[in-house]
Design a protein around this ligand. Structure first.
Ligand code: WT7
Length: 650
């Protein structure tokens, strides 16, 4: 528990400036009042937020129906997410927002587009009509495999307009991964693009869709946005160009009045088995959660230009590039490409040119910027920034301090926001005017979120002991299930403790009650802020014809947080050498995507196993990170395996 010890030594604490506190959306008094209400009567607190921050066509009859582990929020209420993100900014007191920027988009080559709330509303209505024309009905699943272009935001908003359920698959995933997700969700339409720009050149997407759809019968149509102009094969009758369909589409499309519990989206995330989990989110509770947290934690103002660098292919992009931001009527900046193109200062250049006021990114990016050198941010005027955010993994205090000093000019509060695909929105984070932050701590649960750190038997831990992070009461943005697999939903999240949500992270609280997240407990690695299951990578490796067995573990990495190390036993007689390493890395990239490519592959004749045949990953983790094993090895079947693995460690 060396990390816990090092974090415990963190004594620095930072107060928000009095100027910030004076103008904050939630001041100290509000925060105190909401914390009190949230603890005493969370349902009343969330109902108050739902009324304040979300527009409903029909009010709900019941705030919460909790039949563990299944929750329904705002039962009987009717609403529409696209109405909340768009239409309500075009009427009444807000009507002037019609010509305010909703999305400021910048492509990697430097091209830009600005869509006002009026423009976005028109495009969303048109595309919703296009989908209707293709036979899409309420409840149908739509898969999206796209670059970070405005059409991605338009498409998901159009789904919400008619009650279709979107499933965005990150553009970095392979054709195989895309096919699994399309089939699991039973998607009948796929929306994609010819390609997008990455690292200075076009990166094709449509060929992966073609591969993914081979032999798949559920998909009836594919809509293709032309982004790069690459040569693109179009299958007659199935594939349609976006522009052709949009040309004559009507811009009139009334928002569907959807039930609060109507499915909004499915988003796949890694679990401990090979098969990714389709995390299901619904409408009213989710929108209440993301809109409220965005307003309080990012302190969103009418005048802000907010930039979250996440791709919409991840949950951060869903909740805090699109829904939580647009629902507040705030301008959201979207960038297509990598941070280092054409030069290492691209992000800082974007912030300076667009006068970005709020910047939300991941620790892995911050660590990469530290390595690139201070001269890049220092050559730009970053004085427009007033608040910084971090998400995706624990931020190490050194990175926090650099972010604070070099990017925030010591004047911007930093919100270290802990949450998960499953939680829908932020659950533990500073509310900037109300908390003195400590580098490396996500501080306190949001009001109405009953988070705790508990022992194996469910008792709250005594500081500074570490334990399991749990949430003891349902919350509005929580997942409603795993698509098509209620048993796995129960087993994964609700079986360790009765009626208590198990987040899967280790954490501890300090003497002031602050939470320090220590990372995933088992079998799920966090690579650059993205969860990859060890089993998923293992399945990919053993699917290669030359591999008999594989075990995958994470080892700490300065840049990506965790790096993947694979221990592989080749099939007898197969050549274990550098060529096989290349082949296997290529194979994993093809099966899952480049993000899952092992940083290191080590060949071994045998893996350390218990007598019952379980691979002892704990030992492999120690070997991979070059540590002495101090834990119990008495259950190990054959100690010589470990000895020979260590010898191979040069
Ligand atoms: C896992 C969730 C939530 C959007 C991005 C990732 C880790 C996330 C923090 C943070 C420490 C964090 C956890 C969590 N995590 N934010 N601020 N401090 N750890 O979503 O892919 O569902 O991953 O990311 O381990 O369980 P995700």
């Amino acid at each position: 528990m060396a990390d816990i010890e090092s974090l415990l030594k963190e004594k620095r604490s930072f107060k928000p400036s009095s100027e910030f506190v004076k103008q904050a959306n939630w001041n100290k008094k509000t925060i105190k009042e909401y914390r009190k209400l949230g603890a005493k009567d969370p349902e009343r607190f969330w109902a108050k937020m739902a009324k304040k921050n979300v527009s409903w066509f029909t009010p709900w009859k019941k705030v919460l129906e909790w039949k563990p582990p299944f929750a329904k929020w705002f039962v009987g209420g009717k609403l529409n997410v696209s109405y909340n993100c768009l239409d309500r900014h075009l009427v009444g007191d807000n009507a002037w927002r019609r010509n305010k920027a909703a999305i400021i988009w910048e492509g990697e080559p430097g091209d830009t587009r600005v869509l006002t709330f009026g423009d976005l509303h028109r495009e969303v209505c048109k595309f919703a009509n296009v989908m209707k024309g293709l036979g899409v009905k309420k409840g149908d699943r739509i898969a999206l495999y796209m670059p970070m272009i405005p059409e991605l935001a338009i498409s998901i908003l159009a789904c919400t307009r008619i009650g279709a359920v979107h499933s965005v698959v990150f553009g970095g995933f392979s054709a195989e991964a895309l096919r699994d997700r399309i089939e699991d969700a039973g998607a009948k339409l796929v929306i994609t693009a010819d390609g997008g720009y990455r690292r200075g050149s076009p990166h094709a997407l449509k060929p992966a869709v073609d591969d993914a759809l081979e032999g798949v019968s559920v998909v009836e149509n594919v809509v293709v946005v032309q982004r790069t102009g690459q040569d693109t094969r179009m299958e007659a009758g199935r594939d349609h160009w976006w522009d052709d369909l949009m040309k004559d589409a009507s811009a009139k499309c009334p928002p569907a009045k959807l039930d609060s519990e109507h499915p909004l989206f499915i988003l796949y995330t890694s679990g401990t088995t090979g098969k990714p989990k389709g995390i299901l989110h619904t409408t009213g509770g989710y929108l209440t959660h993301v809109t409220t947290t965005a307003k309080a934690i990012f302190d969103l103002k009418e005048t802000d230009t907010y930039w979250c660098t996440a791709d919409i292919g991840w949950v951060t992009g869903h909740s805090y590039v699109v829904y939580g931001i647009l629902a507040n009527g705030t301008t959201s900046l979207m960038y297509e490409g990598v941070p280092t193109h054409p030069a290492p200062d691209r992000f800082w250049d974007i912030i300076e040119r667009h006068r970005v006021t709020i910047f939300y990114t991941a620790p892995t990016a911050i660590r990469a910027f530290i390595r690139l050198g201070d001269e890049h941010p220092k050559s730009h005027d970053l004085s427009s920034l007033r608040l910084l955010g971090s998400v995706g993994e624990p931020i190490n205090p050194e990175a926090w301090m650099w972010y604070h000093r070099v990017i925030g000019g010591k004047r911007c509060p930093i919100v270290d926001t802990f949450w998960q695909t499953e939680t829908g929105g932020i659950v533990i984070s500073p509310i900037p005017a109300g908390v003195d932050t400590k580098p490396g701590s996500a501080t306190l649960p949001f009001p109405g979120i009953d988070a705790e750190v508990v022992t194996e038997t469910g008792e709250p831990t005594v500081p500074p002991d570490g334990g399991f992070l749990v949430i003891r009461r349902p919350w509005p943005g929580m997942l409603r299930g795993i698509w098509g697999d209620p048993t796995r939903y129960k087993e994964t999240y609700w079986s360790q403790y009765e009626n208590i949500y198990l987040a899967g992270d280790g954490a501890h609280r300090d003497a002031s009650g602050f939470f320090w997240i220590m990372g995933r407990i088992v079998d799920v690695m966090n690579i650059s802020g993205h969860r990859i299951g060890t089993m998923e990578v293992e399945s990919a490796l053993v699917s290669h014809q030359k591999v008999a067995e594989a075990a995958v573990v994470g080892r700490p990495d300065d840049l990506t947080g965790t790096a993947i190390v694979a221990f592989v036993t080749p099939i007898m007689g197969k050549e274990a050498g550098p060529e096989l390493i290349d082949e296997l890395r290529g194979h994993v990239t093809k099966q899952i995507g480049a993000i899952a490519k092992p940083a290191q592959i080590r060949f071994t004749d045998a893996l350390p196993k218990t007598r019952s045949g379980k691979i002892m990953r704990r030992l492999l983790r120690d070997i991979a990170s070059g540590k002495e094993s101090v834990g119990d090895t008495t259950t190990l079947e054959d100690y010589s395996v470990v000895a020979s693995l260590r010898e191979g460690d040069e």
